[in-house]
Write a protein that binds this ligand. Structure first.
Ligand SMILES: [Mn+2]
Length: 385
């Protein structure tokens, strides 16, 4: 029996328990996940970076890797840029390269954490000249975004303090609002500002944008075009991320994700590698029929120090497809009825049933219908690109 015949058998078999399997297969191919240009470089730890000489060294090379990933999966058409890591003299060359490769430039990520002037903060730094420079950098990134027709300005700040007394919490809060507001006002109508929060690190005593609540508050004060970005690795251990996702969705303020996974802190591991159940539960909230999630940006933010970055990116997309497909299997009516009657067992079992279903035939059928390799990872390793 050929691989395709076997797949058709498995798919037919699965139809018995998943009557709307064709609809789900269709939805799977509509996914759009953005990969980060920085994710195609080799990540390191505080101690060492082990390159194998195959990683691209400039943004053009990083786009080529991203294009490979998209070609093999057909769900990763966008690449996020990080400025200044991806800064070039002539951005039309970058646009030409993206066009040639059949991919698009996605979110623009400013960097106000590397230059030594940001040692004590950027938008919350006590020196007005530093805050001014931070705003100017955001404005520069907005201009770069306009060149590419990018619709997302994605902001993360390393701002915080390391010792009690080092900074004034209220002053810093006010400076943050002022700086964000200046950038917000400079954005074109079709651009959104996504505000990323992080519990701690690199600051170890206080972080100015330390929780989803702070990011939500800032976004609400700024206006409609400001939303919250949830990086899965930016929470204290044990935080209920699906709950945060549901809350933000209901407020219309979930702008997007930085997808990854973590065991201890902000580990930037492959999404779904540590806690696939959590990833599934996040998707259960995202596929809730009540919410319009068409605006939610799915972006990967990972750092691969022992995996080949391109392979890891494909593996991540596979994990996301599994979590997404499983979330579509949840019997919503049954779940709702169980919640209403406080039948805790049935409510939980409704989720577990979907989570335990092997959706591999759905994912492979979706690829088969698009003429893609059934296993993009094997295809990459076999050099079929
Ligand atoms: Mn992030």
């Amino acid at each position: 029996m050929s691989k395709i015949d076997m797949l058709k058998e498995d798919y037919k078999h699965l139809r018995n328990s998943v009557p709307d399997i064709d609809e789900i297969t269709e939805k799977l191919m509509s996914l759009e996940i953005e990969t980060p240009s920085w994710g195609y470089g080799r990540g390191g730890t505080r101690f060492a970076t082990f390159t194998d000489g195959t990683e691209p060294t400039d943004v053009f090379g990083r786009l080529e890797e991203a294009a490979k990933v998209h070609k093999l999966t057909d769900i990763a058409p966008l690449v996020a840029l990080h400025i200044p890591w991806d800064k070039v003299d002539d951005y039309t060359k970058l646009q030409d390269k993206a066009d040639e490769l059949g991919i698009r430039i996605g979110a623009i990520n400013p960097n106000t954490f590397e230059d030594s002037i940001y040692k004590y903060g950027s938008i919350t730094g006590s020196d007005p000249a530093v805050r001014k420079k931070s705003v100017e950098h955001m404005l520069e990134c907005i201009e770069i975004g306009k060149l590419f027709g990018s619709t997302i300005l994605s902001l993360w700040f390393a701002d915080g303090t390391n010792y009690p007394g080092q900074g004034d919490f209220r002053d810093r809060k006010i400076w943050m609002q002022e700086c964000l507001s200046q950038a917000y006002k400079a954005m074109p109508d079709n651009m959104r500002m996504l505000i990323e929060y992080k519990f701690f690190e690199p600051a170890f005593y206080s972080t100015d944008l330390f929780s989803f609540g702070v990011a939500l508050d800032q976004a609400k004060k700024l206006g409609e075009k400001a939303q919250v970005l949830v990086d899965l690795g930016h929470h204290p251990r044990g935080t209920n991320i699906p709950h945060i996702v549901a809350y933000l969705l209901d407020e219309g303020k979930l702008g997007g994700f930085h997808l990854n996974d973590a065991k201890y802190a902000d580990d930037d591991l492959t999404a779904g590698s540590i806690d696939p159940y959590q990833l599934f539960l996040i998707y259960v909230e995202l596929t809730d029929p009540r919410d319009d999630t068409s605006q939610v940006a799915y972006m990967i933010d990972q750092s691969h120090c022992v995996k080949n970055p391109t392979e890891a990116m494909i593996q991540t997309l596979e994990n996301l497809q599994h979590a997404y497909a499983k979330s579509l299997l949840v019997d919503r009516e049954k779940l709702k009825a169980a919640q209403k009657s406080n039948d805790v067992i049935v409510a939980e079992e409704t989720l577990i049933k979907a989570f335990r279903t092997d959706v591999t035939p759905i994912i492979k059928m979706a690829r088969h219908k698009k003429g893609l390799p059934l296993s993009p990872l094997e295809a990459l390793r076999a050099g079929e690109i």
